[in-house]
Design a protein around this ligand. Structure first.
Ligand SMILES: [Zn+2]
Ligand SMILES: [Zn+2]
Length: 407
């Protein structure tokens, strides 16, 4: 057991509640569950350069032609923003907002905030910095530019059978933007974001044990150890959870809502195709079948997994974990956490079909010859994805390590 001398040496794992010692970079990941608690020192200039490059690329990515579409001499070109604006024109404003926020606005805010944090790092006045670090942590979860890129590629493959697709510079700039964004996301998890703090702490004897046993609460944002009576984190001001772990009732409520939204999402049409005057509504399953019949089997499988398997599996797995957490899960906490992390990570990829619809609706606008309109299932399905993401966030994985029988 090692002695902790100042506050930065002690980090409480948000996933398993273990108190870790990180001085001298001996433990960058949680010793018990592997959660990333810090990183090797990185060059802030390097990250800033990536941020500036990403923000510059965002201009051609949104302003220049994203993709063009031609069939029998007719066709049109769209920019990235048209995928959101056209949805709004067809009275799917909520869906348009979800697309615009998750694909453009939140990633741009994330990059700007990250840049400011890195420039201000180690200043004495870091009140604004504290607020930004917390904002960045929450924004990160809702960014879906990478999912949109895959969705756009799938929509191009869907159209390639009966139209000519011309890639614009916008799509190339956007792919570059997504790559840089992902690099910045990874680096921001590893940068030391707090000014040096010499505050002495006396958690010396309890490194390696659960914080809760010793009336200590870990901060979910900066991992600082706080005394149990504290309501906000001394370092980043984040409102703290209590020593008592959160109950699963909120998770169950969100999962129930997600399951209910899944019904209209699967029954109603997700889009309607008007071709030569006749309207063809298409459900999610119908879309998968038509992809399969036209021979795009890998794409059919991707859409099937993303739109049906993942949301249903996510609801069932989270519900099972929440039930198990009420009983004694302490025998296999690592397997339970592993299952939770996979479910949490994979959930956002369900949005693929929503982005496919957003691109098709904007791109395929040839009046009576052929046009695609958004269906009511789209907003229901997006709600399912958002509700399951909220359910995963509301779930307190620290309770896997608590022996219920001894409480
Ligand atoms: Zn841990
Ligand atoms: Zn904190």
């Amino acid at each position: 057991m090692r002695e902790a001398s100042n506050a930065e040496d002690v980090r409480v794992c948000p996933d398993c509640d273990q108190i870790n010692w990180v001085s001298g970079r001996t433990s960058i990941r949680c010793k018990r569950c592997g959660h990333l608690l810090g990183g090797h020192p990185l060059s802030a200039q390097h990250t800033l350069a990536l941020i500036i490059a990403a923000l510059i690329l965002l201009i051609p990515a949104t302003e220049m032609t994203f993709v063009g579409y031609r069939v029998s001499g007719q066709g049109q070109q769209i920019t990235l923003l048209d995928s959101s604006l056209t949805l709004s024109a067809f009275h799917e404003q909520w869906l348009a907002i979800v697309v615009l926020l998750s694909v453009v606005i939140l990633p741009a805010l994330f990059l700007l905030a990250s840049g400011v944090i890195l420039i201000w790092h180690n200043r004495t006045h870091y009140k604004m910095g504290r607020w930004l670090v917390r904002a960045v942590k929450y924004i990160r979860v809702w960014m879906m530019a990478d999912v949109f890129l895959i969705g756009a590629l799938i929509s191009f493959i869907k159209l390639a059978g009966y139209a000519t697709i011309d890639f614009g510079f916008g799509v190339i700039a956007f792919a570059g933007f997504v790559t840089l964004l992902m690099m910045v996301v990874d680096r921001m998890k590893r940068h030391p974001l707090w000014p040096a703090d010499e505050r002495a702490v006396n958690y010396r004897a309890i490194v390696g044990e659960s914080a809760r046993q010793h009336q200590v609460v870990g901060c979910p944002v900066c991992y600082a150890a706080n005394p149990a009576h504290q309501t906000t984190c001394w370092r980043c001001n984040e409102p703290l959870w209590t020593v008592q772990f959160r109950r699963t009732s909120l998770t169950f409520a969100l999962l129930l809502a997600a399951a209910l939204m899944l019904i209209p999402a699967q029954v109603l049409p997700i889009m309607e195709t008007v071709a030569l005057g006749s309207t063809q509504p298409q459900t999610i399953v119908g879309g998968v079948l038509s992809l399969w019949q036209s021979g795009d089997i890998p794409i059919a499988i991707i859409v099937f997994v993303a739109s049906l398997v993942i949301p249903i599996a996510k609801i069932l797995i989270l519900a099972t974990l929440a039930i198990l957490a009420r009983q004694d899960t302490s025998k296999r906490p690592k397997s339970a956490l592993w299952l939770y992390r996979i479910t949490d990570w994979i959930g956002r990829w369900s949005m693929i079909d929503i982005f496919v619809v957003a691109v098709l609706v904007a791109l395929v606008r040839n009046g009576a010859l052929m046009s695609v309109y958004p269906g009511h299932a789209a907003i229901a399905f997006a709600s399912t994805v958002i509700l399951t993401m909220l359910a995963a966030m509301s779930f307190d994985t620290r309770q896997f390590w608590v022996r219920k029988s001894t409480e």
